[in-house]
Design a protein around this ligand. Sequence first.
Ligand SMILES: [Zn+2]
Length: 469
Amino acid sequence: MSDRWLLRGAQILTCDPDFADLPRGDVLIEDGVIAALGPDLRVDNCRILELDGKLLMPGFIDTHRHTWQTPLRALGGDWTIMDYLAAVRVKLAPAFQARDLYAANLAGALEALDAGITTLVDYSHCIDSPEHADAALAGLEDAGIRALFSYGYAPGARESSALPTPASRMEEARRLRTTRLSSDDRLVRLGIALTEMQIPWESSRAELLSARELGVPITLHCSAWPVQGPSEIQKMAAEGLLGPDVLFVHCTWSPEEDLKRIADSGGSLSVTPETEMQMGMGFPITGRALRNGVRTTLGCDVVSSNGGDLFTAMRLALQVERAQVNAREGLPRALELKAARVLELVTRDAAEAIGLGRRTGSIRPGKDADLIVLAADALNMTPLNRPRDAVVLQAHAGNVESVMVRGRWVKHRGALLDVDLAAVRRRLLEARDAVLERVGGSATLLSEREELTKHWDTGSGLTPAKDAR
Ligand SMILES: [Zn+2]
């Protein structure tokens, strides 16, 4: 008999343009796929979950997360972008061994699932050897999350890196594409994360073309500080290299023309409000991107500094956007960016942005069952007057009761399933201890900062954001 679930009697937010929200409805799931949606479905031979008083909606999609930084949680709570680069990219990244990446990705993906994130784009730029890549990938797979494992082409900072050249890293991505990640039907698929474009343009072009040859989605950090000379978007546009398969991250300093170029190409943007505001990258550009027609999504970025759930990201993105408009225009007659719109950025729009629009991102027959159940009967959501607004403005990760990925419950009635959480925690703590020990302890983390700042000011052609307006 096929595996059938009837989720009955929930208030349903479909997040789908063709299917209206239902104040009370049912969803039938067959073999991991949404088979039917409507009020009072009459179905036999299935397991039933009664969801009276609950909210059922598509799982969230985090389009930018460096999952490997999970063991570094909160170390960078007071870090600027320069502190972050000095500590994490220069100092800590080379100290990660394959087993640490496994522990980090397993725990980080479980943390995401626990908070209702059923899909994430894992920007994995801590790969120093084939073993690193295999371990990072295994962590995502063992967690049971849907993900793009976006293989980072950035060079390992370790002097003895097993992947010392761009060619060796591209070859390694090809190995994954022709072996473990050859199928696009798997929950975890391959993507490519480009090296930040401080490298020569020829190298960036080669990385882009490599990703296109592999036929996988591309993502890159972009314009998080003022750029001297043509931006990466302008360079890509000049050579016809923009496209719907590119997900830009940040773009806080992108001029209007660049945003229009992204929109015209069908590309997308990931805004990570919390890191952008903390680290001095300028203000998040959610409203400006939407006004320019850019498909806009949200990401958590790094738990080494901030929160790992999209409730926080949604709220910050919405309210900082409103604050900026209000500061510019005075007492508003109406708020331009609506709360309900923000919910689409982490569901339907995010799925489209990473090429998964036909599989996930909304509740619609034929899509995979990536669903979450929220405790709408919790005090912080009662009375549920405007459900979409309540999810964006009032809900938190603790309200996520159950989570299903492609028809399989990974969290049920408040508890993650099929996972030894004590062992996950133990591995994570061991990874934290091992990495910090290899760098000589947490007191040393910013020791390279001054050196890096000198290089930054004089050698890179870039200047950090000084006036974040
Ligand atoms: Zn990032």
